[in-house]
Design a protein around this ligand. Structure first.
Ligand code: Q46
Ligand code: ZN
Ligand code: ZN
Length: 319
């Protein structure tokens, strides 16, 4: 196996590009994919201050590393979700990555700052862990970007993530979601600009990028992800990719180029685009008086009736 560029020994193969690369040229390939994504979708301006949502996994550390290598000013934001050992170890990976490169890592901790963790919060709110987690992370990412004066919020969603979400939305023809499925969401209504510079790289590419460049990332999956529909969609797309290399990329990018605008036009037809209001509690943009995050915090931190100690338990506890 020889590198497509220098003909030296290759260490990574990229089947959809029908190419093999040595470490140096694989890094160059990944950098070029990110540069093209940023340019094609007008994601980031050279002077922008960037906040990267960092989980300690391969994608978020890879995108942070790539942006810094490319000369962008990028800080990280890590949210402690209180998911047992998984959160402890993911935090360690994020902190070590930042410390080794002298990068700024902002930290928010759900249990100590908001009084709940994802497992108990999702049970109390009767929502799936990923739903409660998504609401929490979206709110805290947006708030940190706005409060910190960052021009753009970067997430590590890769091609596999975006193709799986598209697959799920197409399966059920969820047209409102299809209208929002772009790698760039413009700032507005109190929300920061959000971009996904890894959309041209697969999950396999970001793992290979971390391994070849020595990034020590958390390999374990989140223990709460079991039953997540998107994992099933990813498996289905991987089966298709095996028999038809490049199909995943074609599926996603052909949607963006040929169909996304149609869903956006349909979604906005006849709409006035009125600005939405703000949450009366936290000031975040919200269509309701109290935003989804504050409602979740209320439920997650309310003492559940069935868990209140019975008089006998109280007596036992005080003796
Ligand atoms: S962290 Fe949160 Fe993910 Fe875990 S609970 Fe689900 S959404 S799977 S990216
Ligand atoms: Zn080479
Ligand atoms: Zn709120």
């Amino acid at each position: 196996m020889k590198c497509r560029v220098c003909r030296g020994p290759a260490v990574v193969d990229v089947r959809r590009a029908n190419a093999n690369f040595c470490t140096e040229h694989f890094v160059a390939f990944c950098t070029e994919q990110v540069r093209r994504a940023i340019a094609e979708f007008d994601m980031i301006q050279p002077d922008d201050r960037i906040l990267v949502a960092v989980s300690g996994g391969k994608d978020s550390l890879a995108v942070w590393d790539l942006l810094v290598r490319m000369g962008y000013r990028a800080d990280g934001l890590y949210i402690g979700l209180g998911i047992g050992d998984y959160s402890d170890v993911s935090g360690e990976h994020a902190r070590r990555f930042a410390a080794e490169r002298s990068l700024e890592l902002i930290e928010v901790d759900l249990p100590s700052q908001y009084g709940y963790d994802i497992p108990t919060g999702s049970r109390a709110a009767r929502r799936t862990p990923c739903s409660a987690c998504g609401t929490s992370k979206r709110h805290l990412f947006d708030a940190a970007a706005i409060d910190g004066g960052y021009e753009v919020l970067v997430t590590g969603h890769n091609l596999d993530d975006e193709a799986a979400v598209l697959f799920g939305n197409v399966l059920r023809w969820q047209t409102e979601y299809l209208a929002r499925q772009m790698p760039v969401l413009a700032a507005g209504n109190g929300f920061p600009r959000k971009v996904k510079p890894l959309v041209r790289l697969s999950e396999r590419d970001t793992a290979a990028y971390c391994i070849t460049t020595g990034i020590d990332y958390l390999v374990d999956e989140c223990p709460m992800s079991a039953g997540n529909k998107h994992l099933g969609y990813k498996d289905a797309l991987n089966d298709i990719e095996l028999v038809s290399p490049g199909a995943k990329s074609d599926f996603y990018f052909s949607f963006l180029r040929r169909a996304a605008a149609l869903f956006q036009e349909a979604a906005h037809a006849g709409e006035d685009q009125d600005p939405i209001g703000t949450c009366t509690r936290c000031g975040a943009p919200s269509g309701a008086d109290v935003c989804a995050f504050c409602r979740l915090v209320d439920k997650a931190t309310a003492e559940p009736v069935h868990l209140r100690p019975r008089p006998r338990d109280e007596a036992e506890a005080t003796t």
